[in-house]
Design a protein around this ligand. Sequence first.
Ligand code: MF3
Ligand code: CO
Ligand code: CO
Length: 265
Amino acid sequence: MRNHISIKSPGEVDGMRAACRLAARTLRMAGELVKPGITTEEINEAVHTYTIEAGAIPAPLNYGADPGRGVPPFPKSVCTSINEVVCHGIPSKKDVLKEGDIVNIDVTTILDGFHGDTSRTFLVGQVAPETKQLVETTWECLHRGIRTIRPGGRIRDIGSAIQDYAEQFGYGVVREYVGHGIGRFFHEEPQIPHFRSSGKNPRIQAGMTFTVEPMINLGTHETILDPIDRWTVRTADKKLSAQFEHTILVTDDAYEILTDWKYLD
Ligand code: MF3
Ligand code: CO
Ligand code: CO
């Protein structure tokens, strides 16, 4: 994490717009592949090739090594998180999607030095009604969080709106993984909690770019990190988890969703 909040210049905002548009286009492409029988490795290969052919770099590949803590670099070009996997799932030939599953695909693209970060949870064929409700509610949580954003506002208002809504359904809101500032770096200040937090509460300013990416669980909010691969995060009770993510620009009067699909042809 970069340790100060960067305010993007108009030129940097243009760079962010382009990176975010490419990330959104890549995610839309990946989502079209989701169907019973495809492996998450095939999704990884498609994202990797699409990104390189666009003259960009897949940010997850080789990201995040922490030798001191025994964390290896992330080995693939996209995160694919199936069912009880909360986030940071590693694509694999062994993971074949099946009818009734949900899968979050999290794309982060580096274009001309700027990062765009966006994810969606896709339904694999027909899913159970309680699964569909979790996924739809998580999408609504993302947008309720986003709608609190305005210059002069406060970061903590985002998570309060998300948790207030999620709890009406009895869902758990993940705390260990948060949204983040983004720009020339993948993860910058500030952190964006998706729950009611009593931590830092920076003022929101025009020119900030950050993600909102709530992870909402059918059961407990608690998570477990895979002790072997040191990346895959699962719900502690192995119940389902859904997530959606957008990269946001704070504008002079409100916000712009830089990874919105409405900007795609
Ligand atoms: N894209 C994730 C996020 O939203 C981070 C993935 S880190 C990786 O912040 F190394 F797993 F790719
Ligand atoms: Co992110
Ligand atoms: Co992401």
